[in-house]
Design a protein around this ligand. Structure first.
Ligand code: GSH
Length: 205
């Protein structure tokens, strides 16, 4: 297997975080700079089928894009430690929290960076209004997670899961536009500090 990935980019970083948590080291890493446009080259498109990273090329030549689909596939191959759920009930809860993180918080954080950081002008037609709207959406989105983390140690419950990885890597990326957890969100700050302590914190950076 081979993973196409790009340093610092948030979706590739999710996969690198996941691999670090599982101590996966036997997948070939092909790291490139998105700003070179390699992902739009005929060779990349012919192999991957879409101008995106991450992309996991399997030994049979088929390709998985979408960071969460890649993580799910790796979970099947490398089941320990479990990050997606051990039984139907837990799996559904983790999925619920992961989708909440991704749809409500991670997406606006990524859009804020795309519209707000000068370097991203190469990949996005930037708009100050889109930047401001997405910062506001992301700030609002963190409120239920602050409440949640006042009740549970980790986002999906009493153990680390993929939901934590998606929120953490998104928040780290959003630092590029100085987006931060607010000082009056102690539970998120406690959780973020714990996430930063983990070896996986710098994977993909
Ligand atoms: N939903 C996809 C998004 C993949 C994606 O958009 N990746 C970005 C990097 S974080 C990319 O390849 N951007 C290329 C571009 O904008 O030209 C996933 O979760 O993997």
């Amino acid at each position: 297997m081979k993973l196409y990935t790009s340093r610092l980019a948030p979706n590739p970083r999710r996969v690198r975080w996941f691999m670090a948590e599982k101590s996966i080291t036997d997948i070939e890493i092909d790291e490139f700079d998105l700003f070179t446009g390699r992902h739009k080259s005929p060779a990349y498109l012919a192999e991957v089928g879409a101008p995106v990273a991450p992309a996991l090329v399997l030994d049979d030549g088929s390709v998985i894009t979408e960071s969460l689909a890649i993580c799910r596939y790796l979970e099947s191959l490398y089941p320990e430690p479990n990050l997606f759920g051990l039984d139907p009930r837990e799996t559904a809860h983790i999925e619920m929290w992961t989708r909440r993180v991704e749809l409500t918080a991670a997406n606006p954080m990524m859009m804020a960076v795309r519209h707000g950081h000068p370097a991203l002008a190469a990949l996005e037609t930037q708009s100050p209004e889109m930047f401001a709207a997405n910062v506001a959406r992301a700030q609002k989105a963190l409120e239920p997670f602050e409440t949640r983390l006042g009740e549970t140690e980790w986002i999906a419950g009493d153990r680390l899961t993929i939901a934590d990885g998606i929120l953490f890597t998104s928040l780290e990326f959003a630092r590029m536009v100085k987006f931060k957890v607010a000082e009056n969100q102690p539970h998120l700050l406690r959780w973020q500090a714990a996430m930063r302590e983990r070896d996986s914190a710098t994977a993909g950076t």
